[in-house]
Design a protein around this ligand. Structure first.
Ligand code: GRF
Length: 203
């Protein structure tokens, strides 16, 4: 199964997936990396690995419908079967959601449906967890729909909130878990152990 990565910033989850593909742990091929941010370290990581990269954004395509079509045609050009969002900060357009329906996944650094939705990204997620007093948080991998963090859940794993945690220390521990969990879950998707058609919307 050929994977297409969408990333906006640092790209450490993408790097974990790349490492797993290169070591053979994950039996898939990374076909292309797309970013809306031309300066994204994720694009630099991809170039270092000699992977095809594309900068597609409102800068390259000011009309949202053009951008949507360009994303689909770029992914098609590389025969991408599964779209993997790894820190991609934009909502997807209707063409993307229709052509790749049920084949776009995202990772979120909390136990959705808690601590998700518009504006819940980066340190804000972990600050909200700390403020809530919850003793556990985690990682969610879910299918992508037209809203932020609302698609059916594919897999979740828990991460303890420690008594002496700060939002920063918690964020670092969750991110570390994300890297392994994304690879583990992708491995199960690729092998057929996880079926993307049986995922449920969380209540
Ligand atoms: C991760 O925390 C991921 O859950 C969220 O964005 C962050 C991306 O980090 N969607 P990186 O770019 O993979 O380092």
């Amino acid at each position: 199964m050929k994977l297409g990565i969408l990333a906006s910033h640092t790209g450490t989850n993408f790097q974990a997936i790349l490492d797993a593909c290169q070591s053979g742990l994950l039996q898939s091929q990374l076909a292309v990396v797309i970013s809306n941010n031309s300066k994204s370290p994720a694009l630099q990581r991809a170039r270092s690995a000699q992977l095809p990269t594309h900068h597609l954004s409102s800068v390259t395509h000011p009309d949202p419908a053009d951008l949507d079509r360009a994303m689909v045609s770029t992914l098609q050009e590389y025969h991408v079967g599964l779209v993997v969002m790894a820190g991609y900060m934009k909502r997807l357009g209707p063409e993307m959601l229709s052509y790749y329906a049920g084949r776009i996944i995202n990772i979120h650094p909390a136990l959705l449906p808690k601590f998700g939705g518009k504006g819940m990204y980066g340190s804000r997620v972990h600050e909200a967890v700390m403020k809530s007093g919850d003793r556990e948080t985690g990682v969610t991998i879910h299918l992508v729909d037209s809203n932020y963090d609302t698609g059916p859940i594919i897999a979740q794993t828990r991460v303890q909130v420690l008594a002496n945690d700060s939002a920063e220390s918690l964020a670092a521990r969750v991110l570390k878990r994300e890297h392994n969990f994304y690879v583990e879950t992708l491995t199960k998707i690729v092998s057929g152990e996880i079926s993307l058609t049986n995922c449920k919307v969380a209540e």
